[in-house]
Design a protein around this ligand. Sequence first.
Ligand SMILES: [Zn+2]
Length: 255
Amino acid sequence: MLFLMNLFAFIFGAAIGSFLNVCIFRLPAKTSIIRPASRCPQCLHPLRFYDNIPLISYLMLRGKCRDCGAMISSRYPLVEFITALLALLLFMKFGPTLNFLIFFIFTAVLIVITFIDLDHQIIPDVITLPGIPLFFLAAVFLLKVPWRDALLGLLIGGGVLFVIALVYELITKREGMGGGDIKLLAMIGGFLGWKSLMFVLLFSSFSGAIVGITAMIIKKQDMKYAVPFGPFLSAAAVAYLFWGNDFMHLLFLPY
Ligand SMILES: [Zn+2]
């Protein structure tokens, strides 16, 4: 029974991941995420329903369009797999609860932000501007996060990066942290509460620095072009869902 429920969580995640792919490709282009139906970007032939099954169709088609043989980006099954895996892990941690559902929606939004930021170096306002109040309200009214914790998280989250960005700009005379990152951290802080911010900032800057320095060595690039920060903030926020509690205990702070 437990296995079946876990399997269902994974399949549910894969199906949502399929929709997230659509959002990742269409939101930056400002086209409708509902219409037209999914089609091959090469020959524009609409996908048959049996060629549109998350993860499975990609494997069955061996990564090629059934009509024109064009390669299908491995990005599609990757996003589906990541979403499915996180749905499974969240379900295993939180069980069939409202918390699971809300944390999964939060995670799904972060997955979309991550891949759009990787592709375009932007975090669309169309996600974060409604996301900030909606996740704040979800935290306070559904997750019972004390409203002061959530509000402080929102303000500090937005404020901390804003100050860092301002100082960076004043010193180097060039734009570093994007406004998108600031709104993203405000959304994260407003949802997880201000106590999460230390974890999120530590986790994201450490992982960001490791990847950034590696990228600089490999590509011999200037730090300025190295890596967008949104994916690291997103990964840190998801990591907090799993390890935030332990981290707080480690520091002897009340969760
Ligand atoms: Zn095609």
